[in-house]
Design a protein around this ligand. Structure first.
Ligand code: GLY
Length: 663
């Protein structure tokens, strides 16, 4: 049902009340739960009791021996091979990361960082290994105030200069994960990547497009240009890419361990490489990382943010990422609406659903801009931001009949029972948006035959990071420090804590949101996405698709997404690729415009032309133990599994009893 902009809120409530009273709603099959605070009168919410079935799995292909879902087939193969040799999900994740460094060098690698969410089946434990890049000891809050650089050039200049390079964490994450939870050695995890780097691989259309595009970032530095634009000509789809320097680096790490990277010859090469700068005043743009910064780097083990949403528990990344808190706020804000119920005017892709999602995004991004950062440096009111009363007060700002004026951040401090000084703390909200900065990254998910799960989002920040390839070592350096505030936001007058201002040793605020969803204590889903701040929205979209719209993991990934990444925000939406079905119609887009939304393009035209994220997920059907995967055609997403279960019908996940398997 469309909600015409002229319909008053009261009239809509009455209409919905009359509608729900006269219709047999699907929810009537189960006793409706007590109304969530703030649920509009007459709205019936879906039940959250145990009779709700798990989300349907990807029809057709089920496995029992483990599943990997990865954005590139060669990396997926490396992971599946590890599982086939008896390795666990952590081992597979390690092999996948190194091959991704070879075949998707533009998105992740040992020159970057990431968050690995892990569930260990035997211990029933879920935690995140934080391998976020770290600001060097010489970093300062004003380091991105560059003289003589126009505002609209600041990001590209800063992000392609050594100043943006954070101390890399990816290798430390993999090393930590393997040492503590894996069964193979680092050298074994590196072997497939060494082979692909030495023998070469055929460039796919995504890598080719990134080589040619992305503002020419592959052409800014000679080593990167030599690899990807030999003789000044960009490599194209189908060309063979061989990376002997990267293979050499991996061999060094295989032989000497991570020490050679953090304290040895590779550390020296990194420190030298980040002296490159594109700033008009060179001294302002050179990197500040020292050998000591590299030697001091350590991963941190973080407790995930956990949010209950309609009977499911979504565990997601805690600070320094904003991912878990922002996704969590959005879910809590929309829980009072029957998002999945077309009979009540919601359902997938309805203007009311999309409107409510966009409003929740705007509110959550307003809070994110002020309150979220590295909590080792700034107290982050994690409890207050997710407090039901606080979130209800934010959600109450969402009207179903019109777009709200630009919301300021709220004040969660009085609701924060952990930061107890909060009750006295003043905050005078003002609109405080982030700049929207382009970024990429990658995500993959793994489940093994024992039920261990890895959900890993990994990055060098922008596509191609800084564009600086470490000379002689063949890997790109990240520009992760550009995820910090470019101008210090700390303001004692307004109470802005400057949560994401640069500081020595601090980790820049991330949007990465590697999720694992639980029913009770059992993991049922793992997924995540790349895409800078749109990561949060991709994960939010897919979560609603799975839980509210009852889609399979593959349908949930294929469905077009909608994204708003700031309080003032404009809507980006998808709808170009043929697999994005059903698309958001032009009538739907016009209905959003009539509610006051901006950014969709001209009225009566398809403004949904973006590509948002690339989600790779796995599913465990708790009733049967079968495992499924879903992968994203927005990249070369690939699902590989072991011990394929012979299909017994149109929907194998509904079957019971013993499986027949074919290896
Ligand atoms: N590099 C993407 C993020 O951390 O949000």
């Amino acid at each position: 049902m469309h909600a015409p902009s002229s319909l008053s809120r009261l009239a809509l409530s009455l209409a919905l009340a009359a509608f729900s009273a006269s219709c047999a709603l699907p929810a009537a099959a189960h006793p409706p739960v007590a109304r969530t605070p703030g649920t509009p009168p007459g709205i019936v919410l879906p039940p959250t009791d145990e009779t709700v079935p798990p989300p349907p799995a990807w029809d057709g292909v089920a496995y029992r021996g483990g599943v990997v879902s990865v954005s590139h087939p060669l990396a997926a193969k490396a992971g599946a091979d590890v599982l086939a040799r008896g390795g666990n999900a952590i081992d597979a994740a390690a092999a996948i990361q190194f091959v991704l460094n070879v075949v998707e060098p533009q998105f992740s690698g040992i020159g970057g960082g990431g968050f690995m969410m892990v569930h260990l089946a035997r211990h029933g434990k879920t935690f995140a290994i934080d391998g976020r890049e770290m600001a060097p000891a010489a970093a300062t809050p004003t380091q991105f105030v560059l003289s003589g650089v126009p505002a609209n050039q600041r990001f590209v200049i800063a992000s392609t200069s050594g100043l943006a390079v954070g101390v890399p964490g990816t290798l430390a994450v993999i090393d930590h994960a393997l040492k503590h939870y894996g069964t193979i050695r680092l050298s074994e995890a590196l072997a497939p990547a060494i082979e692909v780097a030495e023998k070469g691989f055929r460039i796919n259309r995504f890598l080719a497009a990134n080589i040619a595009g992305d503002g020419g970032r592959t052409g800014f530095q000679p080593e990167t240009a030599a690899l990807f634009r030999p003789g000044g000509v960009p490599l194209v789809e189908g060309d063979l890419l061989v990376q002997p320097d990267l293979a050499k680096t991996f061999r060094l790490i295989a032989k000497h361990g991570p020490r050679v990277f953090y304290r040895g010859e590779i550390a020296q090469a990194i420190v030298a490489a980040q002296q490159r700068t594109r700033t008009p005043t060179p001294a302002e743009g050179v990197g500040r990382m020292t050998l000591q910064d590299l030697a001091d780097y350590q991963v941190k083990i973080r407790e995930p943010i956990r949010v209950d949403y309609r009977g499911w528990t979504v565990a997601d990344m805690s600070p320094p990422s904003s991912g878990g808190l922002t996704v969590g706020q959005m879910l809590e804000m929309v829980e009072r609406f029957p998002i999945g119920d077309a009979a009540q005017g919601f359902g997938f892709g309805s203007p009311t659903t999309l409107h409510v999602m966009a409003e929740a995004m705007r509110l959550a991004f307003a809070d994110r801009a002020v309150w979220m950062g590295d909590e080792d440096f700034v107290p982050v009111p994690k409890v207050g931001l997710l407090d039901p009363t606080y979130v209800a007060s934010r959600s109450a700002m969402i009207s179903t009949t019109s777009r709200m004026a630009t919301p300021a951040a709220g004040n969660p401090l009085p609701f924060d029972t952990v930061l107890d000084s909060g009750k006295d703390r003043r905050f005078h909200p003002k609109h405080d948006d982030d700049e929207h900065r382009p970024s990429h990254t990658t995500h993959y998910s793994v489940v093994d035959k024992w039920g261990n799960v890895v959900s890993f989002t990994t990055t060098i920040e922008s596509t191609w990071g800084t564009g600086i390839t470490v000379p002689g070592y063949g890997f790109l350096l990240n520009n992760e420090l550009t995820d910090f505030n470019f101008d210090p936001a700390f303001n004692a007058e307004t109470g802005n804590p400057g949560a994401n201002d640069v500081a020595a040793g601090k980790r820049p605020r991330s949007s990465m949101a590697p999720a694992i969803v639980f029913k009770g204590r059992e993991p049922v889903l793992a997924y995540g996405s790349p895409g800078g701040s749109t990561i949060i929205n991709s994960v939010f979209n897919v979560t609603l698709n799975l839980i509210d719209h009852g889609m399979s993991i593959q349908q949930a990934i294929n469905a077009p997404r909608l994204s708003v990444t700031s309080a003032a925000g404009t809507i980006s939406c998808e709808g170009v690729e043929p697999f994005m079905q059903p698309k958001f119609s032009i009538a739907t887009q016009d209905a959003l415009r009539s509610l006051g939304h901006v950014g969709l393009g001209a009225a009566g035209a398809n403004g949904c032309a973006a590509t948002i994220g690339s989600v790779q997920g796995v599913v465990i059907d708790l009733r049967t133990g079968r495992q499924y995967g879903g992968a994203d055609l927005r990249r070369e997403g690939t699902v590989l599994g072991l011990k394929r279960v012979k299909a017994h019908g149109p929907h194998p996940s509904k079957g019971h009893g013993e499986d027949e398997t074919e290896d």
